[in-house]
Ligand binder design. Structure first.
Ligand code: SIN
Length: 506
């Protein structure tokens, strides 16, 4: 049975850049550390990198800058831990630890939320929501750990039994993005640990603190050492570490959330060791409003989908196709709702829209808007970087056409780019005219249209009259170049297990 004794820090880490106030937390270690084999460690080279607040640009803290040697130690720790966690615990025991982890996350929502806002920039309300969202995966998979079923299939001869069991795949390397610094780890970790796997987590260079705080809460929940390791690294080292993780025979699975470009690279690097690769990649979600739709619901859903994390989510509505008969009413109602937004420092109560992650991100959004305007798009509202900040004005563009970059690229910012359509067939063709297929949304009050369109849309997830579709109970994932595999739901367990066929002569 795993060691359940919690280890709490004696010292509190003091974090800065919180709207000029300092903030103390015992969820992070004093000094720059990685978390390997249940210990807080400096990197082997004793090097560090700065973590900055995306709004104020102040340095929050310095953190261990791990390299390949640190990654190797973490993988060895995970390998060793796997022997016990994978084969000497029951699903019920693993579930009990995941359940405790869920409770700790829920209790510490406020503190974890602050750490998340500090490093990511999203509003405190959204950050706390992300902690609840993260916790929900531990809650869900705590139960799922006891339900990992095999199959007994009748054999073709009388004196044989054919058993099929599902075994944990082994050591999982988890590589996660900066837009959901806690939830993207939680979604993978909860399912992998439930299945009996152990993990090495490489968080995004921009947001390593939430990952380290998760490690502290894992320890408090009684997760045995070596099961959950965190190796932060800056942008210069990420490539080397990821390559090592992909090519190592000691890593059995790569689970990545991020861009399609990086996903492709990891897939090719993993080919030499023929390992399982689970990819949650970019999206380019269509958002179709048909003539019969309830426009208030469509507007509400557009806001939920487009403006979550200031538009920096893979499932954000990206291409708005509005039927010409309801276009004006949709634009007017959306504009009214957006005029109430307050952009600024995520830590301030009144802020509804935090900054984008860094200068490059806002510049990219501006470039897309400028290109669209130069080709005939009309700015209804917004259209500019908010001076001296990395916030972008919540923007509506109409008269958008296929020739514009904004109609073809993932915007990753708070811009609603609207095209019109006349027929259902035209909307479906436009929606499918991309190599990506993560999420799609459509709005209609016609039952037959609901089934017709959902069958034809090429995407892994569809929201019908709904803009917020993510949940621990649902299978999250894409088709085409949006990824491989599913996370969340009972399907999420499949990624971290493999079938074994056992043939018994009786
Ligand atoms: C993402 O943007 O990658 C994830 C969003 C979600 O889980 O809803």
């Amino acid at each position: 049975m795993p060691n359940l004794k919690p280890l709490i820090f004696a010292q509190k880490q003091k974090l800065f850049a919180l709207s000029q106030r300092s903030f103390q937390t015992d969820l992070l270690p004093e000094g720059a550390k990685a978390y390997i084999n249940g210990k807080w460690m400096n990197s082997i080279g004793a090097t560090t990198f700065e973590v900055k607040n995306p709004y104020s640009k102040e340095v929050i803290t310095e953190i261990a800058n791990c390299d390949q040697s640190d990654a190797q130690i973490a993988v060895q720790a995970a390998r060793e831990a796997f022997q016990k966690w994978g084969f000497e615990t029951t699903g019920k025991e693993r579930g009990a630890i995941l359940n405790r982890w869920y409770q700790i996350l829920t209790q510490k929502e406020a503190e974890l939320g602050k750490i998340l806002t500090l490093e990511q920039g999203k509003t405190l309300a959204e950050a706390k929501g992300e902690i609840q969202y993260s916790a929900s995966y531990f809650d869900y998979y705590a139960g799922e750990a006891r339900r990992i079923r095999g199959e007994v299939i009748p054999a073709p001869v009388l004196n044989r039994q054919h058993f099929h069991t599902r075994e944990p795949i082994g050591v999982v390397a988890v590589i996660t993005p900066w837009n959901f610094p806690a939830a993207m780890i939680a979604r993978k970790a909860a399912a992998a640990l439930a299945a009996g796997c152990t993990l090495v987590v490489k968080p995004a260079a921009e947001t390593p603190l939430s990952a380290l705080a998760l490690a502290q809460t894992a320890e408090e929940a009684g997760l045995p050492k070596g099961c959950f390791n965190v190796i932060p690294a800056d942008h210069d080292r990420i490539g080397d570490i990821s390559k090592y993780l992909c090519e190592s025979h000691d890593v059995n699975c790569i689970s990545f959330t991020g861009s399609t470009g990086v996903g492709r690279l990891l897939l090719s690097q993993s080919a030499s060791t023929v390992k399982r690769v689970c990819l949650e990649l970019g999206g380019n979600a269509p958002f179709i409003v048909f003539e019969s739709a309830d426009i208030d619901i469509a507007v509400q859903s557009a806001i939920a989908s487009k403006f979550r994390c200031s538009g920096q989510t893979c499932v954000s509505a990206n291409r708005f196709y509005i039927h010409s008969k309801v276009h004006d009413s949709f634009v007017q109602k959306l504009g009214e709702a957006m005029s109430k937004f307050v952009c600024g420092n995520g830590i301030e109560k009144e802020t509804t829209q935090g900054p984008l992650i860094h200068e490059k991100a806002v510049e990219k959004v501006q470039k897309l808007v400028d290109d669209a305007v130069s080709k005939g798009a009309k700015i209804v509202q917004g259209g500019k970087i908010i001076k001296g900040t990395t916030c972008y004005e919540p923007t509506i563009l109409t008269n958008v056409s296929e020739s514009m970059e904004i109609a073809n690229e993932e915007i990753f910012g708070p811009v609603v780019a609207i095209q019109t359509f006349e027929t259902e067939e035209e909307a479906i063709q436009k929606a499918n005219s991309t190599r990506l297929g993560l999420a799609a949304y459509f709005f209609t009050n016609c039952m037959k249209q609901t089934f017709r369109v959902s069958r034809r849309i090429e995407s892994g997830m569809i929201g019908i009259n709904e803009g917020a579709i993510s949940s621990a109970e649902a299978a999250f994932g894409g088709v085409k170049e949006s990824g491989l595999g599913r996370e969340g739901g009972s399907q999420g367990i499949d990624e971290f297990t493999q079938w074994k066929y056992i043939c018994l002569r009786t």
